[in-house]
Design a protein around this ligand. Sequence first.
Ligand code: GLU
Length: 510
Amino acid sequence: MKKTRVRFAPSPTGPLHIGGVRTALYNYLFAKKQQGDFILRIEDTDSQRFVPGAEDYIIEAFDWLGLKFDEGPHLGGDFGPYRQSERKAIYKQYVDQLLKNGKAYIAFDTPAQLEAKRAEISNFQYDASTRESMTNSLTLSEAETQQRIANGEQYVVRIKIEPNQTIVVNDVIRGQVTVNSSVLDDKVLYKSADELPTYHLANIVDDHLMLITHVIRGEEWLPSAPLHVTLYDYFGWTDTMPQFAHLPLLLKPEGNGKLSKRDGDRLGFPVFPLQWTDPQTGEISSGYREKGYLPEAVVNFLALLGWNPGNDLEIISPTEAINLFSLEKCSKSGAKFDYKKGEWFNHQYIQQKSNEELAELFLQSATDDIRSSMDVTPNNHFDKIVKIVGLVKDRVTYVKDLWEQIAFFFIAPTAYDEKTVQKRWKPDSAEQLTELTDVLRSLDDFSAHHTEEFVMNWIASKEYHLGNIMNAFRLALVGESKGPHLFDITEIIGQDETIVRLERAIAKLK
Ligand code: GLU
């Protein structure tokens, strides 16, 4: 059996779209399931669209997500270089091979000439029906072709598509797709201007040379597949042609059509793994990492957008996903990008973290202001933070939401939420809480359990209204009506602070 080898082959034209991340993830899961190799290849032959920083961004994104490549420009490997711009010499010989075998030809048509043709013939396509009327090595003599090249005239190499042939693409997800070759045009494979091949040629040559066994990529590449199958045929590589699998599109969360950055801006979710600053305009696009997602949650969320492992499984570890993954279980139809589900996953993964891990993550993401409010010097009351985080983690979607839930532990309220005061502060609250401060002062053991028991007994013996006391008590400690179990709060902030807060509320609200 041949070793499974798949590649993720992005063009570094900007930040990696979340759909690209999903494509890479499916390649990864598939490769790891077969104990195969997962390769990063940078397809940077289009110098016009090259964006500096995009390659580093891609590598950093997968690092963050924990999806490890086996080979790539940053890692090396036996099949390098892994950047197409460094493989110029390799492609040239394959272009020459096609020319020599009459499978491709040289064309000199200038952009202006092509433009004129398009104006003259509606739906103009450079193919068997038109190539005879163009300026190329099929219509010029060999001598003239050579002379033009010798004169330094720019040219392109085009594939020569034979009309009326049946081209079959076998796709693992879509089944057999049949196309009549007459719909294809004689695509440009190489440009003398930059001595670089186009995407189609470089992609096929590299898949062949890198021993790629499966091409798993987005549905938008399906229309290119018949051309790619033809190229395999022209090179005589049909026997080792990779299996194709074209993944379904990611669709808008609502309505129809392809997921776009605008959907994210409108509904408030990122469409990129990491934040990206456009090097030209300085425009900043938000990323999952900066938004506060855990990488595990993003991976789990994306894994299920287009693949269904069955059994209603939702929370799946990477190892489980690898074990269960199959291309046959990937859907043909587009997957709605349910970003709310992404938030749900993040919430779930936050619950799975230990309180220590979560406190650590929280401190990493906390601003200097927050850190100084908390008075955190490296290990100062880390244990306290761990405890607090554990009390409120079920209330947050993002790690950074934790601050809103826990700030009152560190910063005593000095103002009280108006509405809560109206509703919760009763005419006798001041008097009752004054009594309560005396009760609390008398306690030797301020543990949650003990304090609760004592206070409950006191309320019962006085026949006070339990709800009224507890609500006013919470208002005094928190400043509003939120927060975890009251006696967990008193235990953590301690006896003195509890009493100080009660006294301050009484003074302000009575
Ligand atoms: N360079 C192409 C892209 O940007 C690769 C397509 C493929 O995987 O063949 O997606």
